[in-house]
Design a protein around this ligand. Structure first.
Ligand SMILES: Nc1ncnc2c1ncn2[C@@H]1O[C@H](COP(=O)(O)OP(=O)(O)OP(=O)(O)O)[C@@H](O)[C@H]1O
Ligand SMILES: [Mg+2]
Length: 258
């Protein structure tokens, strides 16, 4: 079940450095939200606060609240490992487990979570690869290593791995930046399919991509290097790209800045 994310007053630190300051926003279930903004404004940091990955960095600390429907991810009784299962993540560089087969890459998260009968596992692996639009390309070589796939295929393998555990939210940090244009379009199409089932947040430096895939866009900025990043505005993507409310957003989008 896709869930609503409701962030309030969120700041994230690396040691004493405040990387992002006082961010509040809501992300609707079964929608795609794009995060845009100049390098260093804290997009990746913010994304990692949404599944409690930020605190894995030494010195990483968070203030504020992230609600997933009615559960605060930072509540004292919440297990961060369970959060990371509920809120899946796909990274910039495809990172399949290199020595594992294609099949085992997809099954890895499931095996961690419980024991499955071979037949059930086969079914989930196939469904996940179908969901990631990769099945036809790999169905005859499931036992070959994941590292033998092209970059675009590896990224779709990572998406299959992420969706195999049925997360409620899927976070993607520049998932296409290492990919050629055709693989990029394949991933963008896939995002369009996946949003029927998941709540999706995608960080991208590609304005056309944000415009193509997202329903809403959030623009982040920082006043100066060393200052914390802030959320400047979030709105319908169409509006952000045609008539944003803040001048800084317009400047960034029209390429006068960043
Ligand atoms: N592991 C870390 N330790 C210390 N500071 C960090 C770390 N990772 C990021 N930062 C700092 O936090 C701030 C935000 O970085 P972040 O990577 O979130 O930005 P970003 O918007 O994702 O940038 P980019 O578009 O280049 O990916 C920057 O000032 C960065 O130097
Ligand atoms: Mg980043």
């Amino acid at each position: 079940m896709a869930k609503r994310i409701d962030v309030s007053g969120l700041s994230a630190f690396y040691g004493s450095h405040r990387a992002i300051d006082d961010i509040s926003m809501t992300v609707e279930p079964r929608s795609v939200t794009a995060f845009i903004g100049p390098s260093g404004c804290g997009k990746s940091t913010f994304l990692r606060t949404l599944n409690r990955m930020h605190e894995v960095t030494p010195g990483g600390r968070v203030e504020g609240k992230v609600m997933l429907d009615d559960e605060n991810l930072y509540g004292s009784s919440v297990d961060p490992v369970a959060v990371r299962r509920t809120v899946g993540m796909v990274f910039q560089r495809p990172n399949p487990f290199p020595t594992m087969s294609i099949y085992d890459n997809v099954a890895a998260g499931l095996r961690l979570n419980g024991s499955y009968k071979k037949r059930d596992l086969d079914g989930i692996v196939e469904k996940s690869l179908q969901g990631a639009n990769l099945w036809n390309e790999v169905k005859d070589r499931l036992n070959k290593p994941g590292s033998g796939l092209s970059g675009g295929q590896q990224q779709r393998l990572c998406i299959a791995r992420a969706i195999a555990v049925e997360p409620q939210v899927l976070l993607m940090d520049e998932p296409c930046s290492a990919l050629d244009p055709i693989s990029t379009l394949a991933i963008e199409d896939l995002i369009g399919d996946l949003k029927e089932r998941f709540t999706i947040v995608i960080v991208t430096h590609n304005m056309q991509q944000a415009a193509r895939v997202s329903d809403r866009t959030a623009f982040f900025n920082l006043e100066a290097v060393g200052k914390p990043g802030k959320l400047i505005e979030i709105d319908e993507t169409e509006r952000i790209f045609s008539n944003p409310s803040v001048q800084a957003t317009e400047d960034y989008i029209s390429g006068r800045f960043g």
